[in-house]
Structure formats: structure tokens, C-alpha cells
Design a protein around this ligand. Structure first.
Ligand code: ATP
Length: 493
């Protein structure tokens, strides 16, 4: 569309005023202002910062003060709903089109776009919607009216992690720069290695010379990381249950804490947490088991009805009794924002380092100490590695094979990235002679030395950690025999 400028020039705005008045925050966190100013100047921005840094504000605030509509591309339903309810509460005109949007609501949003002058400030959509002709047609109308303010890609690393195979629509997001070259983009992520960053920038066809990159530390000093060692012979359920019950007991037996809770009318058992498992059926079974032991636990996975998902998420956010612990698959991972999550547990080794860091990052978003435990066994490690090996093989067969076309090569590179990421996480679990915060920083290429004041199992007691590892894990000899007999040769575990 040559000759059509993408957006109108905005009058001078007081972003501090908007921050206070609309978002109810007193001041910007470090670097937020710089990112927002760059976005408002019309720059393309790549923002990489720790979980809970406050990245969403960096596209939400410009969306409120700028002319036109901001399209937010978001990978997960739970994440969209979570942000939508926070923005609606702040009185911002926000909408979403996703698989759960009722027909009449969707039509009303499309009509709003068709008017060319949408009243909606932020529209949350999936990459799949962006790939459809009818949505693109609507965007063109808005663009021609110079009301397409900005494109925000939240959790931008997904472009690289998923775009090459099971969510190819991520790769088609280059449509925005091709059709609307003068509409600024902002990409946000907490987890991108150098390779992923380059892949995202190339896929979106962003101009490196004009792009403003902000790369911040990944450090979350208030998170206490620990690895708990287990083996197939033991059920670690009891270990977790006694940890949780002890936490309740500590709250109850501490007179000052008890008094505080009474004043705030807070239940002793209101210790919100998330347990991540790999499979849907495990979320249901574990939540039921916890409920049978008197813990308020609910499952969350993509197979629940929309009503169940909404109820479980909203009631958990509202600290409702019976909803203290969410047992979830990764459908509940990235971006979920609840301030007082006191623990995140990985019931077994997750599939990637990024997934681990993202999910652990749901904890302690109020800055208070919170625990992130990962239950690790070598048997789970071997199962995960077997599954990953199969995935790599499937991918190599389907994604270009011997044909070295660009997408095939990038697909294979992304797959290798995934396999490397799992190996790095295995190393993290097995390593008992270094600070966990440091290991995380190293993985993401973060060169600052992260603060850790007894906030990891190694710093707390390195000797005990090594002993627990020796006692808790199955021996390598035993695992090797199991591997040879094909004990891990099945997909579902
Ligand atoms: N300047 C600020 N002052 C106070 N609170 C803030 C500020 N900016 C953001 N927050 C709050 O910080 C929390 C985390 O923000 P947000 O969800 O945007 O994090 P994020 O960087 O996207 O993290 P993640 O990568 O984990 O999704 C939110 O509750 C948000 O309201």
C-alpha cells in the first residue's frame, strides 16, 4: 500500500500520568520508560527481560495513549484471558478473538475493525487468526485509515520454538512487515537465546539497523530454586504433601504471622501454587489425590471445557477456597500473572530449559520469597530423552529431509535447539556444585552475576545437596540396563 502512512502522529502525552491514572502504578520500573518511549517514537522494539519484569505494560501503555488499535499476538488462551481481565478491570477497551469467543462477540469486534476507526484499544489474537484472509482484510481497512497503531508479539520466542513445526502460523507473521512496513512492532519474551532472538528477528523481517533491542537480566533473586531427587521406586507425592502441610503449620504456629492473616481475613491454607505435569490425565489424577487429602486443588489443561478453565483460573486468581493449587500442563505456563504464587513445582523434568524458567517464573511476582522445586529422576530423564529423540527423527523425516531448503534447515536447527535445551536442563538437575541462579543466567547468556542470598539448594547446603543426589537417584548402571532392555521405549509415561 505505497503512500499510505501507517499511523497518525500522536500529540505529546504524559506517560507518567497514564501510568498512575489508568494502570494504578506509582512509577516505572527500571528501563520500562525507555522501552515505552522507543515504542511511542515508532521504533520496532525487541524486549527481553526476566519473568515478571512488567513487559506487558511496555505495549499496553502505548496502546492506551496512541491513536488507533494495537494488535497483540499471544500464543495461549489462559494468558489472553488473564491479561484481558486485568485490562478490563483497569477500564481499558480490550477484546479478544480466539477459539472460545462467541459468534456474536466476534462479529461485533470485526464490525469495529471494519469501521476503520476501532474503539477497541488492544485486540488479543492468535497467530492462526492473523494467517486468515478475512482477518487480514479487516486489518487492511484499519491500516488505510491510519489507525493500525502497533503490533505486539507477546512471548515472541514461540515464533522460533513452535513456528517451524506444529504452529506454522507463527512463521507467517512476516505478513505484518510486508503489508504494513511502517507500523511498528514490539516483541516481548523472557526466554530467548541468541539463536532464538536472531530467528525471531529474521522471521518477522525486522530491520536490524532500525530495531531497538533491550536485553535485560534473567535473574529473579526472590525465587528459591531447588531440585528434589527421586527414582521410580518411590512415590514423591508424600514428600510434596508433607512439605505443603508443614508450610501451613508454619503459618499457623507463628503468632505474628497468624495475627496478620487474621487481620487480612486470609486463610491459613491460602498458599497459592502451581504443579506442572506433562500429561492431561496426570493433572486430573494428582488434583483428585490432593483433594482427597484435604488440599484445594484443581486441574488445568487444554481438554477441559471453557467454563471449567475460566472457573479454575478466575477462582485461583481470586484466592477462593478449594482453588489453592492448580495442577496444570504447560497450557497454563507462559505469562500467567498472579502476584502471590508461593510455589511452583515441576512434578517431573519439563521438556525444555525455557519451559522450566517460564513456568517457575509464575512464582513470587510480588517480589516475596517463593519456592520453585523440580522433582528429577534419571528414569524421567531417559524417557524425556527418548521422546525427544523420536521427535527429532520425525522432524528430520518430514521437514525437508535431505532437501536443504531454507525452512527445512531452520526447522532442523530449531529442533536441535529443543534437544539442546533438554540436555541443558538435565545438566542443571545433575549439577550439584554451582548456584542454580548462576546456571540459569549462563544458559541464557546473561553475563551479569545473579544475586543469590541462600536462594538455591546449593547455596543453602552444598554438602547436603550432593548427599541427597547420591541417595535419591537411581544409579547410572541401573538406568543403562533399563535403556538396553527398552524400558523407556514408549511415548506415554
Ligand atoms: N511499573 C510497575 N509498577 C508496579 N507494578 C508493575 C509495574 N509494571 C508492571 N507491574 C506489574 O508486574 C506484574 C508482572 O508484569 P507482566 O505480567 O507484564 O510481566 P512479564 O514481564 O510479562 O512477565 P512474564 O514474562 O512472566 O509473563 C504485573 O502484575 C504488573 O501489573
Amino acid at each position: 500500500m505505497p503512500g499510505v502512512p501507517g499511523k497518525r502522529i500522536r500529540p505529546k502525552v504524559d506517560i507518567d500520568f497514564t501510568l498512575r491514572k489508568v494502570f494504578g502504578k506509582n512509577s516505572f520500573r527500571p528501563v520500562q520508560r525507555e522501552v515505552i518511549v522507543a515504542a511511542l517514537e515508532g521504533r520496532d522494539v525487541f524486549l527481553q527481560a526476566a519473568t515478571s519484569f512488567g513487559k506487558s505494560l511496555c505495549f499496553q501503555l502505548p496502546a492506551v495513549v496512541d491513536y488507533g488499535i494495537t494488535i497483540v499476538i499471544s500464543p495461549l488462551l489462559a494468558l489472553m484471558n488473564n491479561q484481558l481481565s486485568a485490562l478490563t478491570n483497569a477500564g481499558i477497551n480490550v477484546a479478544t478473538i480466539n477459539s472460545t469467543t462467541p459468534y456474536s462477540t466476534k462479529q461485533a469486534i470485526l464490525d469495529d475493525l471494519k469501521s476503520g476507526h476501532p474503539r477497541t484499544r488492544l485486540l488479543y489474537v492468535t497467530p492462526e487468526l492473523c494467517a486468515t484472509d478475512y482477518f487480514r482484510r479487516h486489518l487492511r481497512i484499519v491500516y488505510e485509515q491510519r489507525e493500525l497503531a502497533r503490533i505486539a508479539v507477546d512471548e515472541a520466542h514461540c515464533i522460533s520454538e513452535w513456528g517451524h513445526d506444529f504452529r506454522p502460523s507463527f512463521k507467517q507473521l512476516n505478513f505484518f512487515k510486508t503489508e504494513f512496513p511502517d507500523v511498528p512492532m514490539i516483541c516481548c519474551t523472557a526466554t530467548a537465546t541468541q539463536r532464538v532472538r536472531n530467528d525471531v528477528i529474521d522471521t518477522l523481517a525486522l530491520d536490524r539497523l532500525k530495531l531497538k533491542c533491550f536485553t535485560m537480566t534473567t535473574s529473579r533473586p526472590n525465587l528459591h530454586y531447588e531440585v528434589r531427587f527421586k527414582n521410580d521406586e518411590e512415590d514423591h507425592y508424600d514428600d510434596f504433601l508433607s512439605w505443603l502441610r508443614n508450610t501451613y503449620k508454619r503459618r499457623e504456629s507463628h503468632p505474628k504471622r497468624c495475627e496478620e492473616l487474621l487481620q487480612k481475613k486470609e486463610r491459613i491454607t491460602n498458599v497459592p501454587g502451581i504443579i506442572y505435569t506433562l500429561y492431561r490425565k496426570d493433572t486430573e489424577a494428582l488434583a483428585a489425590r490432593l483433594r482427597s487429602d484435604g488440599i484445594g486443588a484443581k486441574p488445568y489443561h487444554a481438554g477441559l471445557t471453557n467454563e471449567q478453565k475460566e472457573d479454575h483460573l478466575a477462582s485461583w486468581i481470586a484466592n477462593k477456597e478449594g482453588y489453592d493449587v492448580i495442577v496444570a500442563t504447560t497450557a497454563f505456563g507462559m505469562g500467567i500473572d498472579k502476584e502471590n504464587v508461593r510455589f511452583v513445582v515441576h512434578w517431573q523434568i519439563p521438556k525444555s530449559f525455557e519451559g522450566f524458567y517460564q513456568e517457575a517464573g509464575r512464582a513470587g511476582r510480588d517480589g516475596k520469597a517463593s519456592i520453585c522445586m523440580l522433582y528429577y529422576s534419571r528414569e524421567d530423564r531417559d524417557r524425556a530423552a527418548t521422546m525427544m529423540g523420536r521427535e527429532v527423527e520425525r522432524n528430520n523425516n518430514s521437514n525437508g529431509g535431505g532437501n536443504a531448503n531454507a525452512s527445512g534447515a531452520r526447522g532442523r536447527q530449531a529442533m536441535k535447539g529443543r534437544a539442546d535445551s533438554l540436555q541443558a536442563l538435565i545438566k542443571y538437575c545433575e549439577k550439584v556444585d554451582q548456584c542454580r541462579h548462576k546456571q540459569i543466567a549462563d544458559y541464557f547468556g546473561d553475563t551479569t552475576t545473579p544475586k543469590c542470598e541462600w536462594a538455591c539448594d546449593w547455596h543453602k547446603d552444598a554438602h547436603l545437596l550432593a548427599k541427597k543426589k547420591e541417595k535419591g537417584l537411581a544409579s547410572e548402571e541401573w538406568c543403562s540396563t533399563q535403556r538396553q532392555t527398552g524400558a523407556y521405549d514408549y511415548d506415554d509415561y
